[in-house]
Design a protein around this ligand. Sequence first.
Ligand SMILES: *[C@@H]1O[C@H](CO)[C@@H](O)[C@H](O)[C@H]1NC(C)=O
Ligand SMILES: *[C@@H]1O[C@H](CO)[C@@H](O)[C@H](O)[C@H]1NC(C)=O
Ligand SMILES: *[C@@H]1O[C@H](CO)[C@@H](O)[C@H](O)[C@H]1NC(C)=O
Length: 376
Amino acid sequence: MKLMPSLRILILAILLGFGIDGCQCKVVQFIFGDSLSDVGNNKYLSRSLAQASLPWYGIDFGNGMPNGRFTNGRTVADIIGDNAGLPRPPAFLDPSLTEDVILNDGVNYASGGGGILNETGGYFIQRFSLNKQIALFRGTQQLIINKIGKKAAQEFFQEALYVVALGSNDFINNYLMPVYSDSWKYNDQGFIDYLMETLEGQLRTLHSLGGRQLMVFGLGPMGCIPLQRVLSTSGDCQDRTNKLAISFNQATSKLIDSLSTKLANASFKFGDAYDVVNDVITNPTKYGFINSDSPCCSFGRIRPALTCVPASTLCKDRSKHVFWDEYHPSDSANELIANELIKKFGFLRLNDTNGPSPAPAVAPSPAPAVAPSPKA
Ligand SMILES: *[C@@H]1O[C@H](CO)[C@@H](O)[C@H](O)[C@H]1NC(C)=O
Ligand SMILES: *[C@@H]1O[C@H](CO)[C@@H](O)[C@H](O)[C@H]1NC(C)=O
Ligand SMILES: *[C@@H]1O[C@H](CO)[C@@H](O)[C@H](O)[C@H]1NC(C)=O
């Protein structure tokens, strides 16, 4: 008698492609972000003015053709995911995205120009705000529930790794630009409070949707991006912009710590690379860079040239420039940032089962030994 139900489960499990020890789902990533993490969504938003669809974007990635990343090579999230042994999630709008792809590789909702706030980046016409990205994630969940059943889906989404990396557009393409009403409605502290309230609601929503292992990336010294430097005749970093990034990071760090203790089973982590990037910008040669103040891909003397275009010229050694274009770090700067974040998040490869120390908290534990009851 006891054998019958388990035998049935075993057969069902085999038929449905599950092992007997639970939803043998892979650990995948769901990435929410802006152009620093976009891997192609904006390419499919045909009216969006935030595009990385022309050469020389992607020149040091794969076949060297533009792939939607706003850099010459890998994003920070690419490098962190690679280091953890996780597959790179495709863009949500990638036409080849299916349920099987989602179950194997996760999804990346990041969109150039997007922010924590709905109104951020409005002048790019099309982009996914964080709220929109979360709405799309709800749709993804429904697809997976329909495919593998509610219980297995719940396990899948609770074991996944979540990345939330937005905020710079809320300053650069909103608060600091007089064309946006937020710039005159708020003062610095008021605006940061508004961002934190909004982000708290968004992170609580992700938790209610199953997000347990979540990493939030902080901001770098965004007053030092080439686009900000050209605002002054001296070409120095914008001090006020940098101070806003520091305040944002402090407030976000506090928010994440508090949510991580308040929300059930949540391992929410915050990390930023502000200090190390600031040091690279001041002392580039110490880190093997030769230029930390102007874009590698530039359009003659026309500055700022908002995008890097086919007519642009490239710097001689792309690995020695901190900035790829007016706004975005190069692949080698992203590697430095990713290594710093990995240190801050304190995790090893998920794969590293024979490592000397046990997997730390952010590494999802293997599936619990519970048989699924799939309702396909
Ligand atoms: C932001 O947009 C979402 C839809 O994407 C909407 O549900 C929400 O109410 C908006 N929030 C604000 C504060 O306007
Ligand atoms: C937290 O984890 C425990 C043990 O795995 C589980 O029983 C409980 O349902 C979880 N709570 C939530 C809200 O996920
Ligand atoms: C673990 O990582 C190694 C490379 O370090 C890779 O060859 C192997 O396929 C990975 N295994 C799993 C289960 O991901």
